[in-house]
Write a protein of this length. Sequence first.
Length: 109
Amino acid sequence: MDRPLLVYTTFPDVDIALSIGEALVQDRLIACINVLPGMRSVYAWKGSIERGQEAVAILKTVKGLQEEVHLALKERHPYETPVILFIEPTGADAATLGWLLTETTRSRP
């Protein structure tokens, strides 16, 4: 059985995050996206220290779709070098895992 996978990324604003997230849900690559607005960031970029506001996004999917989700995010993401981190939880509630599997299966049940 496939395992749950969380994807952490950031976007320049909530609307972009929700738009990309909705497309990934429609494509059945993820079951859900949680968007947290108002994150303040300090980061190194091309030799400078930058500050900015972003929206954090946590995407819920399954390990078997990791590569497809990665490619889809890279294609759609507005950042030149988006942060895309894959986090494998050590466990999941059986009902949660069932939901993830159902919602990321390409053919509807």
